[in-house]
Design a protein around this ligand. Sequence first.
Ligand code: FES
Length: 159
Amino acid sequence: MLKLVTSRLIQQITTRNAISKSNAIIKSKQYNFSKHLSTTLPNLNKEEVEVTFVRANGVRIKTKGNIGDTLLDVVVNNNIDLDGFGACEGTLTCSTCHLIFSKPDFDNLPDKPGDEELDMLDLAYELTDTSRLGCQITLTKELNGLEVRVPATVNDARS
Ligand code: FES
């Protein structure tokens, strides 16, 4: 019995010491957590690919995104000014992130659209056979150099 109590006490002390050590580290480095907020999950490999958004008027916006980011993340993280784009923040309820791909790029996308995405695409303006929602496209190494057309008008399906 005494052995068990002693063992539990040692365990509690060890845990308490570990917690105060962590707190001391956080304090010493003066972490400002608000500086580290991001729309994407932490991406440790930070490998980037090039993406070009082509506006309806032909203006090309060349940018970069991290592998694992969605095309919506790329627009948000690079402050690309696309009117109304991504209004539902990737919750698949607006269709404002509608993008048009070339046929070869469309065929090479890592996954096919699910039923929810297809339903939302039906509500998008200027729908084509190679349309997808940007919030559903995750960047992979193979998509380096991707070029997507941004339709002239967007439809926010929520309104
Ligand atoms: S951001 Fe709303 S559906 Fe993609």
